[in-house]
Ligand binder design. Structure first.
Ligand code: WT7
Length: 572
């Protein structure tokens, strides 16, 4: 167990939250809603609240998006984003794409991604952002399950989209298509002639706006559906957790293909009318610090893997850059090691604030937020408006220091509203009446801080990315040499976990280093680089239950040299 007495002190700063307990007591989500127009009209559109509202309120010329990569450095004001998203909305309308249609966006992190995202929201479409690194199988699974009718992508990424296997996909909009691809709609050409006036589709608060696919331990990725109402939560946590203020230069390093990149890469900052820095391309440590120094970033939201990588890059590199603009640092996605928090305090002079939430929760629920004492290694405390607890299998709340399910009293603004076309999966999260079950185990200390322990299922968290072992196993057995595969997460100092595959080969195949590499590459090409096993071990036979299920916990115990536990269900 970690040392609970250690804390790194209280960060004092100006903020409208004066006292956590008092705020908790008087808190009401209904008060938060008053920040938005819908309290009068009953109708809403999150893109309007994020962009157009600020134009109406005189921030037309304020920078909303400050984009840079190796070759571009561009600023887009709230006025620019309003105009461009209107234009994009008009393109969609021209092709009869309307409310409820699934529009998927498969683009690198560029301004066009954000413009099409906002434009699609404005016509009431349901957006599916896809991570740029996805390969054919990953892309197909998502477009197929969601029955997407339109896809915004680039000519090079289009090569990973199996168009003839996707009967629902009617429109492909290509960004940067110099070759005039037949049958595709040109983003640039259409934008050049699209009207900047758009009649926004006003929707109900409970209308869906976003699908993020995420992994479980079984089956294909599931489509987690969020509704426009989620923005109440994004707004509120943007204020209390992220501490967004008028003059901030905010940098969230996450890609919108993951939920952090939408909740806090799009809605958080823009609902507050704050300037958001977007850095395209791949990151190097040098690049991270340069971005902060050049753009004078004040709030920096990233992930443990990134901080560990930066720690590995050394203290001298930090000293070479002026990072004095930074006021607040946040982290999410995996356990944040206490030594990383202490190192951050030493080299940045700031505490890294850990936050806990999930794709399904749509926004932060447990946080070391700026006003409170940070306990390194703890995820923090529930934010006002959220009741979290550690419960047993029957839903009884457990006392401090007992490990159990990390559960949330169900019903908060950004909670997912469905798993796309899979009601049974959705209900699994709520199988204990009144609670949302996270699938994480944790305990609480006597001050109400939550401490992460692990997952109850076999889901792997590698470099902050959630990977389902079943998906990787399915990809592996597609390879001609692989008879059976079992996949686990193996602890790793930088990535948190790495993916390790145990493979039984088919008759006639010899184990070799070349074969390992070939299999690894095979998964990379089919799914995504982050899903490919970094380690492969060939074994004779996989441990299985009598019903034929691979016993991953046995593989894990072998790997870690731990007792294998109850083997009564294992075959032979
Ligand atoms: C899973 C959710 C929400 C943004 C990114 C992750 C793990 C998340 C923490 C944390 C330890 C964490 C949990 C959770 N996780 N935050 N602060 N400490 N673990 O979203 O991909 O849906 O993954 O990430 O296991 O269930 P996600």
């Amino acid at each position: 167990m970690l040392d609970h007495s250690q804390s790194v002190g209280i960060q004092t700063k100006e903020n409208n939250l004066e006292n956590y307990e008092a705020a908790y007591k008087d808190f009401s989500w209904v008060d938060v809603e008053k920040a938005f127009t819908w309290s009068e009209t009953g109708k809403v559109n999150a893109a309007y609240e994020a962009i157009d509202r600020h134009v109406m309120e005189g921030k037309e010329h304020k920078t909303a998006l400050w984009y840079s990569d190796e070759s571009r450095d561009e600023k887009y004001s709230f006025g620019d984003l309003k105009t461009k998203s209107n234009q994009f909305g008009n393109i969609l309308r021209k092709y009869a794409i309307s409310k409820g249609d699934r529009v998927f966006i498969f683009l690198p992190r560029t301004p066009e991604l954000y413009i099409s995202f906002l434009g699609a929201l404005k016509v009431g479409a349901i957006i599916g952002p896809l991570f740029e690194a996805f390969m054919t199988v990953a892309v197909k699974d998502r477009l197929e399950d969601s029955e997407a009718v339109a896809l915004v992508t680039t000519p090079s990424l289009l090569s990973r989209v199996p168009l003839d296997e996707l009967p629902h996909l009617k429109h492909v909009i290509l960004v940067g298509d110099d070759a005039d691809t037949e049958g595709a709609i040109s983003y640039e050409k259409e934008m050049a002639s699209a009207s900047a006036d758009l009649e926004i589709e006003w929707v109900d608060r409970e209308d869906p706006m976003l699908i993020h696919y995420t992994s479980g331990s079984t089956g294909k990725p599931k489509g987690v559906v969020h509704v426009h109402n989620a923005m109440i939560h994004h707004y509120q946590t943007g204020k209390w957790v992220v501490d967004l203020q008028e003059d901030d230069i905010y940098w969230c390093t996450a890609d919108p293909g993951w939920v952090t990149g939408t909740s806090y890469g799009i809605f958080g900052p823009w609902l507050h009318g704050v300037t958001s820095v977007i850095r395209g391309g791949r990151f190097t440590p040098e690049d991270w610090y340069q971005t902060i120094a050049e753009k004078k970033v004040t709030i920096w939201y990233s992930a443990p893997t990134a901080f560990r990588m930066l720690m590995g890059a050394g203290d001298e590199l930090v000293a070479k850059h002026d990072l004095s603009s930074v006021r607040h640092i946040l982290s999410v996605g995996e356990p944040l090691n206490p030594e990383v928090v202490r190192w951050g305090l030493k080299v940045y002079g700031k505490r890294i604030h850990d936050n806990w939430w999930m794709t399904e929760t749509g926004g932060t629920l447990i946080s070391n937020y700026p006003q409170m004492e940070v306990k390194p290694g703890s995820m923090g405390r529930p934010i006002p408006g959220i009741y979290a607890a550690i419960i047993d299998d029957s839903g009884n709340e457990l006392p401090p220091y007992s490990m159990g399910h990390l559960a949330i009293r169900a019903g908060w603004p950004s909670m997912m509203r469905q798993i796309w076309k899979n009601e049974a999966k959705y209900q699994e999260y709520f199988r204990i009446p009144g609670w949302y079950l996270s699938g994480d185990t944790a305990y609480q200390d006597e001050d109400g801080y939550f401490w992460f322990q692990g997952r109850i299922d076999d889901v792997i968290n590698t470099a902050g990315k959630r990977v389902g072992p079943f998906e990787v196993e399915s990809a592996l057995v597609e390879h001609p040499a692989v008879a059976e595969a079992g996949v686990i997460g193996k602890p790793d100092a930088v990535r948190g976990e790495i993916i390790k595959a145990f493979i039984a080969l088919r008759q006639g195949y010899e184990a070799s280093a070349e074969l390992k590499e070939e299999i690894r590459q095979f998964v990379k090409d089919h799914m995504a680089a982050h899903a490919a096993p970094r380690e492969i071990e060939f074994i004779e036979k996989l441990p299985k239950t009598r019903s034929g299920k691979i016993m991953r916990r046995v593989l894990k115990a072998w790997e870690l040299g731990l007792p294998t536990g109850d083997l009564s269900t294992m075959e032979d």
